[in-house]
Design a protein around this ligand. Structure first.
Ligand code: AMP
Ligand code: GLY
Length: 420
């Protein structure tokens, strides 16, 4: 099987490495890829958000399976284009990708499917903003209705900060979503979905804020770990039954059935598990830890999902133990990142590449905000942390920053789920 992976982050590097280990995979390409993927996969150029360009590339390269990593191409209809050309594609149609592409659509699906989520209001007229803000608080959650790479959200106890962010979004012509604040630890649950069949992966936790102790602004994700030792027994099955399956069925009922990876972002609140958001693709950086623990051959699994054969697939096989990933970000991230700095240690075991490229002289340099995602695996979270941070110490990128507390509280047994 010839597999073409679309995207250029550490998630795609993790996907390419896992697919490469599957004996049924005979060739792998990644487009546009990065300096890390180019060491394992053929590197092809493409405008990843152009359905015609991706489809032409998939035909030209004779792909048997196209795996679309990021959300922007999916929302733009890349999977529709590829499937129309008769090539199997892992990733939902544009219609189903609206579960991530439009928060208002996701809220409507959840309301009809009776899935617990934060109460929300959409504001599209600045004249209505103050009254709407008055109905929320004392912690305000202000979101961009469209795709914003995790950075369109402000969670604050400061009314003026909430108002300023909402006005900034409205000024830019974006409707604003106000939400009630969900307290409690967060979990990400990824599920393979082939239309109707749902197969959950291990739950993971992402660290959204830029600084230690959850200080500073939201980012695309600064680190992650899996599995989650603090979740209650039966957690995954409960989420599948109360959250994922109802949404999958509702999408079928709307004629836009979901095929690919459905990502439920959850908060374990004192009122039970509630949905923060859905994503229509593998999460980054959680994928780096979930795939580090998956033993089942990934190429076959993605193909079975893409072709509606998940029900026939054997049960997933996992490593015992835990995985931790630490993101190394460029100076300035999550604001405008400094790029072009030379990276050393990028070839070390466990180092996945995101914003990197190979310069003409062969040096690997930074080319984005999140530059590397360093993965450690061990018999428990403590051991996995130790391995990840030992590798982080051996990597060098001028001006870079990373969090030092990824999985720390979980490793110490300090995370508790609230009781009702
Ligand atoms: P989103 O872009 O919806 O994924 O939100 C990004 C992050 O903002 C989430 O991972 C949460 O940490 C936080 N967040 C979003 N919505 C809420 C909410 N209703 N209550 C508390 N935190 C939230
Ligand atoms: N880990 C958060 C995301 O992929 O959106």
């Amino acid at each position: 099987m010839r597999v073409l992976v679309i995207g250029s982050g550490a998630r795609e590097h993790a996907l390419v490495l896992a697919v490469a280990e599957d004996p049924s995979v005979t060739a792998i390409a990644c487009a546009p890829g990065n300096a890390g993927t180019s060491a394992v996969a053929e590197q092809l150029g493409v405008d990843a958000i152009d359905p015609d360009a991706v489809t032409a590339l998939a035909k030209d390269w004779k792909a048997d399976l196209v795996v679309v990593g990021p959300e922007v191409p999916l929302v733009a209809g890349v999977a529709d284009g590829v499937r129309k050309a008769g090539i199997a594609c892992f990733g939902p149609s544009a219609a189903a990708a609206r579960i991530e592409g439009s928060k208002a659509f996701a809220k409507d699906v959840m309301a009809v499917a009776n899935v617990p989520t934060a109460h929300c209001e959409v504001v599209d007229n600045p004249a209505h903003l103050d009254a709407a803000l008055g109905r929320f608080g004392p912690t305000w959650v202000v979101k961009d209705d469209g795709l914003a790479a995790g950075k369109g959200v402000v969670v604050t106890t400061d009314f003026d900060v909430a108002r300023k962010h909402a006005l900034m979004l409205l000024d830019g012509g974006h409707p604003v979503l106000l939400e009630s604040f969900l307290d409690g630890p967060e979990a990400s649950l990824f599920c393979f979905v082939d239309g109707r069949t749902v197969v959950p992966l291990l739950p993971a936790q992402d660290f959204k804020r830029v600084g230690d102790g959850d200080a500073g602004p939201n980012t695309g994700g600064m680190g992650a770990y899996a599995p989650l030792p603090w979740t209650p027994p039966g957690f995954v099955d409960e989420v599948v039954e109360t959250v994922v399956r109802p949404v999958v069925d509702e999408l079928v009922a709307r004629g836009s059935s979901f095929s690919g990876l459905l990502y439920a972002g959850l908060a374990l609140t004192s009122d039970g598990t509630q949905v923060i958001e859905f994503n229509c693709r593998f999460g980054d950086p959680e994928t780096q830890v979930v795939l580090a623990l998956l033993r089942s051959p990934l190429g076959k699994l993605l193909h079975a999902t893409a072709t509606g054969k998940l029900a026939e697939h054997p049960e997933l096989d996992w490593e015992d133990g835990a995985a931790v990933t630490v993101v190394i970000a460029a100076d300035g991230y999550p604001g405008k990142p400094r790029t072009g700095d030379v990276i050393t240690g990028g070839e070390l075991e466990g180092v996945l590449h995101a914003g990197t490229r190979r310069r003409d002289d062969g040096a690997v340099v930074s080319s984005g905000g999140r530059v590397l995602s360093v993965v450690g695996v061990g018999k428990n979270l403590k051991a996995a942390r130790k391995q990840a941070y030992a590798t982080v110490e051996r990597v060098h990128l001028a001006g870079s920053h990373h969090r030092t507390d990824i999985a720390l509280r979980a490793a110490k047994g300090e995370i508790a789920t609230p009781v009702a």
